[in-house]
Design a binder for this molecule. Structure first.
Ligand code: AMP
Length: 296
Protein backbone atom coordinates (compact mmCIF):
# COMPACT_ATOMS: atom_id res chain seq x y z
CA UNK A 1 0.00 0.00 0.00
CA UNK A 2 1.07 3.61 -0.53
CA UNK A 3 1.86 4.32 3.11
CA UNK A 4 5.38 4.50 4.49
CA UNK A 5 5.80 2.79 7.85
CA UNK A 6 8.59 3.24 10.39
CA UNK A 7 10.30 -0.04 9.42
CA UNK A 8 11.82 -0.23 5.91
CA UNK A 9 11.56 -3.49 3.95
CA UNK A 10 14.65 -5.64 4.43
CA UNK A 11 17.09 -5.48 1.53
CA UNK A 12 17.47 -9.29 1.51
CA UNK A 13 13.87 -10.44 1.77
CA UNK A 14 11.88 -7.41 0.67
CA UNK A 15 9.55 -7.31 3.65
CA UNK A 16 9.50 -5.17 6.82
CA UNK A 17 9.98 -7.16 10.04
CA UNK A 18 9.07 -6.06 13.58
CA UNK A 19 10.79 -8.01 16.37
CA UNK A 20 9.22 -6.27 19.35
CA UNK A 21 5.79 -5.03 20.44
CA UNK A 22 7.19 -1.50 20.45
CA UNK A 23 8.36 -1.72 16.82
CA UNK A 24 5.04 -3.25 15.86
CA UNK A 25 3.05 -0.52 17.61
CA UNK A 26 5.11 2.25 15.99
CA UNK A 27 4.78 0.72 12.54
CA UNK A 28 1.01 0.29 12.87
CA UNK A 29 0.29 3.73 14.38
CA UNK A 30 0.41 5.49 11.00
CA UNK A 31 -1.64 2.78 9.34
CA UNK A 32 -4.33 3.12 11.96
CA UNK A 33 -4.38 6.90 11.97
CA UNK A 34 -4.72 6.85 8.17
CA UNK A 35 -7.89 4.80 8.72
CA UNK A 36 -6.58 1.79 6.80
CA UNK A 37 -7.96 -1.70 7.47
CA UNK A 38 -5.55 -4.22 8.94
CA UNK A 39 -5.60 -7.96 8.20
CA UNK A 40 -3.70 -10.40 10.42
CA UNK A 41 -2.55 -13.89 9.48
CA UNK A 42 -1.07 -15.73 12.47
CA UNK A 43 1.41 -18.49 11.52
CA UNK A 44 4.13 -20.64 13.01
CA UNK A 45 6.09 -20.34 9.79
CA UNK A 46 7.51 -22.97 7.42
CA UNK A 47 4.98 -21.58 4.98
CA UNK A 48 3.10 -23.70 2.46
CA UNK A 49 0.23 -22.99 0.08
CA UNK A 50 -2.29 -23.23 2.95
CA UNK A 51 -0.65 -20.26 4.65
CA UNK A 52 -0.32 -18.45 1.33
CA UNK A 53 -4.06 -18.81 0.68
CA UNK A 54 -4.71 -16.93 3.95
CA UNK A 55 -2.17 -14.24 3.04
CA UNK A 56 -3.71 -13.82 -0.42
CA UNK A 57 -7.19 -13.43 1.06
CA UNK A 58 -5.89 -10.83 3.51
CA UNK A 59 -4.09 -9.04 0.68
CA UNK A 60 -7.27 -8.96 -1.41
CA UNK A 61 -9.52 -7.71 1.39
CA UNK A 62 -7.42 -5.46 3.65
CA UNK A 63 -5.35 -2.31 3.12
CA UNK A 64 -2.46 -3.49 5.30
CA UNK A 65 -1.45 -7.13 5.87
CA UNK A 66 0.43 -8.29 8.96
CA UNK A 67 1.72 -11.85 9.18
CA UNK A 68 2.88 -13.09 12.54
CA UNK A 69 5.64 -15.67 12.58
CA UNK A 70 6.04 -17.29 15.96
CA UNK A 71 6.46 -20.92 16.99
CA UNK A 72 4.45 -20.61 20.17
CA UNK A 73 5.99 -22.73 22.94
CA UNK A 74 2.84 -22.40 25.06
CA UNK A 75 0.80 -24.55 22.69
CA UNK A 76 3.24 -27.47 22.69
CA UNK A 77 2.92 -30.06 25.44
CA UNK A 78 5.77 -31.90 27.12
CA UNK A 79 7.17 -34.50 24.72
CA UNK A 80 5.67 -32.75 21.67
CA UNK A 81 7.66 -31.50 18.68
CA UNK A 82 8.58 -27.93 19.74
CA UNK A 83 12.32 -28.54 19.40
CA UNK A 84 12.14 -30.19 15.99
CA UNK A 85 9.30 -28.04 14.56
CA UNK A 86 10.51 -27.08 11.07
CA UNK A 87 11.80 -23.52 10.73
CA UNK A 88 13.10 -21.50 7.77
CA UNK A 89 12.67 -17.82 8.50
CA UNK A 90 14.56 -16.51 5.45
CA UNK A 91 12.34 -18.50 3.08
CA UNK A 92 9.19 -17.50 4.99
CA UNK A 93 10.09 -13.81 4.72
CA UNK A 94 10.71 -14.12 0.99
CA UNK A 95 7.36 -15.84 0.49
CA UNK A 96 5.64 -13.22 2.64
CA UNK A 97 7.20 -10.45 0.53
CA UNK A 98 6.20 -12.19 -2.71
CA UNK A 99 2.61 -12.51 -1.46
CA UNK A 100 2.38 -8.82 -0.69
CA UNK A 101 2.62 -8.89 3.11
CA UNK A 102 3.27 -5.37 4.45
CA UNK A 103 4.74 -6.31 7.81
CA UNK A 104 5.92 -9.50 9.50
CA UNK A 105 5.79 -9.64 13.29
CA UNK A 106 8.43 -12.16 14.32
CA UNK A 107 9.05 -11.80 18.05
CA UNK A 108 11.24 -13.97 20.27
CA UNK A 109 9.68 -16.18 22.97
CA UNK A 110 11.03 -13.74 25.60
CA UNK A 111 9.25 -10.86 23.88
CA UNK A 112 5.93 -12.71 23.97
CA UNK A 113 6.38 -14.33 27.39
CA UNK A 114 8.64 -12.08 29.47
CA UNK A 115 9.92 -13.11 32.87
CA UNK A 116 7.01 -13.34 35.32
CA UNK A 117 4.30 -14.00 32.71
CA UNK A 118 1.30 -15.60 34.49
CA UNK A 119 -1.89 -14.60 32.63
CA UNK A 120 -3.72 -16.99 30.31
CA UNK A 121 -6.87 -17.06 28.24
CA UNK A 122 -8.86 -20.28 28.43
CA UNK A 123 -12.03 -21.21 26.55
CA UNK A 124 -13.87 -23.86 28.54
CA UNK A 125 -15.82 -26.82 27.18
CA UNK A 126 -14.80 -26.66 23.53
CA UNK A 127 -11.22 -27.38 24.53
CA UNK A 128 -11.91 -30.64 26.42
CA UNK A 129 -12.80 -32.66 23.34
CA UNK A 130 -11.11 -33.83 20.11
CA UNK A 131 -7.47 -32.63 20.29
CA UNK A 132 -8.08 -31.11 23.74
CA UNK A 133 -9.15 -34.34 25.43
CA UNK A 134 -6.88 -35.64 28.20
CA UNK A 135 -4.28 -38.02 26.81
CA UNK A 136 -4.28 -36.20 23.46
CA UNK A 137 -2.82 -32.70 23.16
CA UNK A 138 -4.97 -31.70 26.13
CA UNK A 139 -6.73 -28.42 26.88
CA UNK A 140 -3.37 -26.82 27.66
CA UNK A 141 -2.71 -26.79 23.90
CA UNK A 142 -5.71 -24.56 23.29
CA UNK A 143 -4.90 -22.42 26.31
CA UNK A 144 -1.56 -21.75 24.60
CA UNK A 145 -3.32 -20.96 21.33
CA UNK A 146 -5.96 -18.63 22.77
CA UNK A 147 -3.43 -16.85 24.95
CA UNK A 148 -1.08 -16.09 22.06
CA UNK A 149 -3.92 -15.20 19.66
CA UNK A 150 -5.43 -12.83 22.25
CA UNK A 151 -2.01 -11.21 22.65
CA UNK A 152 -1.65 -10.89 18.86
CA UNK A 153 -5.10 -9.33 18.59
CA UNK A 154 -4.15 -6.81 21.28
CA UNK A 155 -0.74 -6.08 19.76
CA UNK A 156 -1.89 -5.77 16.14
CA UNK A 157 -5.50 -4.62 16.50
CA UNK A 158 -6.61 -6.26 13.25
CA UNK A 159 -9.97 -5.63 11.60
CA UNK A 160 -9.92 -9.14 10.17
CA UNK A 161 -7.93 -12.23 11.22
CA UNK A 162 -7.52 -15.22 8.91
CA UNK A 163 -7.40 -18.87 9.99
CA UNK A 164 -7.48 -22.21 8.19
CA UNK A 165 -10.44 -24.55 8.44
CA UNK A 166 -7.83 -27.33 8.54
CA UNK A 167 -7.59 -26.53 12.27
CA UNK A 168 -11.36 -26.59 12.70
CA UNK A 169 -11.35 -26.90 16.47
CA UNK A 170 -8.95 -23.98 16.71
CA UNK A 171 -11.37 -21.91 14.60
CA UNK A 172 -14.33 -22.83 16.84
CA UNK A 173 -12.33 -22.01 19.98
CA UNK A 174 -11.08 -18.66 18.62
CA UNK A 175 -14.56 -17.66 17.44
CA UNK A 176 -15.85 -18.38 20.95
CA UNK A 177 -13.03 -16.39 22.56
CA UNK A 178 -13.72 -13.42 20.26
CA UNK A 179 -17.42 -13.55 21.10
CA UNK A 180 -16.95 -14.04 24.84
CA UNK A 181 -14.22 -11.40 25.28
CA UNK A 182 -15.65 -8.81 22.84
CA UNK A 183 -12.63 -8.66 20.54
CA UNK A 184 -13.48 -6.23 17.74
CA UNK A 185 -12.14 -8.47 14.99
CA UNK A 186 -13.83 -10.46 12.26
CA UNK A 187 -12.68 -14.05 11.98
CA UNK A 188 -12.37 -15.51 8.49
CA UNK A 189 -11.93 -19.27 8.20
CA UNK A 190 -10.70 -20.42 4.80
CA UNK A 191 -10.87 -23.87 3.18
CA UNK A 192 -8.12 -26.43 3.64
CA UNK A 193 -5.52 -26.40 0.89
CA UNK A 194 -4.48 -29.90 -0.18
CA UNK A 195 -1.74 -31.70 -2.06
CA UNK A 196 -2.88 -33.12 -5.42
CA UNK A 197 -3.50 -36.52 -3.76
CA UNK A 198 -5.75 -34.99 -1.11
CA UNK A 199 -3.36 -34.80 1.85
CA UNK A 200 -3.98 -31.57 3.77
CA UNK A 201 -0.94 -29.32 3.58
CA UNK A 202 0.85 -29.02 6.91
CA UNK A 203 4.28 -27.93 8.04
CA UNK A 204 4.38 -31.30 9.86
CA UNK A 205 4.16 -33.22 6.56
CA UNK A 206 7.93 -32.60 6.44
CA UNK A 207 8.25 -35.32 9.12
CA UNK A 208 6.77 -38.02 6.84
CA UNK A 209 9.00 -40.70 5.31
CA UNK A 210 7.86 -41.66 1.77
CA UNK A 211 5.93 -44.80 2.86
CA UNK A 212 4.11 -42.86 5.60
CA UNK A 213 3.47 -39.98 3.21
CA UNK A 214 1.58 -42.47 0.99
CA UNK A 215 -0.36 -43.95 3.97
CA UNK A 216 -1.32 -40.46 5.16
CA UNK A 217 -3.64 -40.01 2.17
CA UNK A 218 -6.03 -42.41 3.95
CA UNK A 219 -7.07 -39.58 6.30
CA UNK A 220 -8.78 -37.72 3.49
CA UNK A 221 -10.30 -40.93 2.11
CA UNK A 222 -11.66 -41.76 5.56
CA UNK A 223 -13.31 -38.35 5.90
CA UNK A 224 -14.88 -38.63 2.45
CA UNK A 225 -16.12 -42.13 3.33
CA UNK A 226 -17.76 -40.73 6.47
CA UNK A 227 -19.48 -38.02 4.48
CA UNK A 228 -20.64 -40.44 1.78
CA UNK A 229 -21.93 -42.97 4.34
CA UNK A 230 -23.65 -40.28 6.38
CA UNK A 231 -25.44 -38.89 3.36
CA UNK A 232 -26.39 -42.28 1.93
CA UNK A 233 -27.16 -44.17 5.13
CA UNK A 234 -26.35 -42.92 8.65
CA UNK A 235 -23.57 -41.09 10.43
CA UNK A 236 -22.72 -44.29 12.35
CA UNK A 237 -22.40 -46.21 9.07
CA UNK A 238 -20.24 -43.41 7.66
CA UNK A 239 -17.93 -43.43 10.68
CA UNK A 240 -17.59 -47.21 10.37
CA UNK A 241 -16.66 -46.88 6.69
CA UNK A 242 -14.16 -44.17 7.60
CA UNK A 243 -12.52 -46.37 10.24
CA UNK A 244 -12.17 -49.13 7.63
CA UNK A 245 -10.24 -46.79 5.30
CA UNK A 246 -7.80 -46.10 8.11
CA UNK A 247 -7.49 -49.76 9.13
CA UNK A 248 -6.65 -50.68 5.53
CA UNK A 249 -3.35 -48.81 5.83
CA UNK A 250 -2.77 -49.68 9.47
CA UNK A 251 -3.69 -46.30 10.95
CA UNK A 252 -5.21 -46.43 14.44
CA UNK A 253 -6.52 -42.87 14.86
CA UNK A 254 -6.56 -40.88 18.09
CA UNK A 255 -10.09 -40.04 17.06
CA UNK A 256 -12.49 -40.00 14.14
CA UNK A 257 -15.54 -38.15 15.41
CA UNK A 258 -18.55 -36.15 14.28
CA UNK A 259 -19.49 -33.02 16.21
CA UNK A 260 -21.50 -29.86 15.85
CA UNK A 261 -19.14 -27.52 13.98
CA UNK A 262 -19.74 -24.57 16.30
CA UNK A 263 -20.36 -26.01 19.78
CA UNK A 264 -18.35 -29.21 19.20
CA UNK A 265 -21.12 -31.13 21.00
CA UNK A 266 -21.47 -34.76 19.84
CA UNK A 267 -24.01 -35.36 17.07
CA UNK A 268 -25.78 -38.59 16.15
CA UNK A 269 -26.94 -37.62 12.66
CA UNK A 270 -26.40 -34.92 10.08
CA UNK A 271 -29.10 -32.26 10.14
CA UNK A 272 -29.69 -28.55 9.76
CA UNK A 273 -26.48 -27.39 11.40
CA UNK A 274 -23.02 -27.99 9.89
CA UNK A 275 -21.39 -31.15 11.22
CA UNK A 276 -17.64 -31.33 11.64
CA UNK A 277 -16.07 -34.73 11.06
CA UNK A 278 -12.53 -34.59 12.38
CA UNK A 279 -9.66 -37.04 12.48
CA UNK A 280 -6.30 -37.08 14.22
CA UNK A 281 -3.72 -39.81 13.82
CA UNK A 282 -0.08 -40.48 14.25
CA UNK A 283 1.39 -41.53 10.91
CA UNK A 284 5.07 -42.41 11.21
CA UNK A 285 6.82 -39.41 12.75
CA UNK A 286 3.94 -36.97 12.37
CA UNK A 287 0.71 -36.35 14.22
CA UNK A 288 -1.71 -35.27 11.51
CA UNK A 289 -5.20 -33.77 11.64
CA UNK A 290 -7.83 -33.22 8.99
CA UNK A 291 -11.57 -32.69 8.81
CA UNK A 292 -14.56 -32.28 6.57
CA UNK A 293 -17.57 -30.06 7.15
CA UNK A 294 -20.88 -31.67 6.22
CA UNK A 295 -23.53 -29.10 5.45
CA UNK A 296 -27.12 -30.06 4.76
P1 AMP B 1 0.33 -22.94 11.54
O1 AMP B 1 1.53 -22.26 10.98
O2 AMP B 1 0.31 -24.42 11.35
O3 AMP B 1 0.00 -22.51 12.96
O4 AMP B 1 -0.89 -22.44 10.66
C1 AMP B 1 -1.17 -21.07 10.51
C2 AMP B 1 -2.53 -20.91 9.89
O5 AMP B 1 -2.55 -21.57 8.63
C3 AMP B 1 -3.64 -21.55 10.75
O6 AMP B 1 -4.79 -20.71 10.73
C4 AMP B 1 -3.90 -22.84 10.03
O7 AMP B 1 -5.22 -23.32 10.21
C5 AMP B 1 -3.67 -22.43 8.59
N1 AMP B 1 -3.38 -23.61 7.77
C6 AMP B 1 -2.49 -24.60 8.04
N2 AMP B 1 -2.56 -25.55 7.10
C7 AMP B 1 -3.50 -25.15 6.21
C8 AMP B 1 -4.03 -25.71 5.00
N3 AMP B 1 -3.59 -26.87 4.52
N4 AMP B 1 -4.99 -25.04 4.37
C9 AMP B 1 -5.45 -23.85 4.85
N5 AMP B 1 -4.99 -23.27 5.97
C10 AMP B 1 -4.03 -23.91 6.65
Amino acid sequence: MDLTISIPPSAETGVAVARSKGELRDALADVRSAGRSIGLVPTMGYLHDGHLSLLRAARAECDFVVMSLFVNPAQFGRGEDLDRYPRDEARDLELAAATGVDLVYAPSAEEVYPEGFTTHVEVEGLTDVLCGAPGRRGRGHFRGVTTVVAKLFNAVGPDVAYFGQKDAQQVAVIRRMVRDLDFAVRIEALPTVREPDGLAMSSRNAYLEPADRARATALRRALLAVEEGARADSLAAGLEAGMKELELVGIDPEYLEARDAESLAPVEEIGERPVLVAVAARVGGARLIDNVLIEA
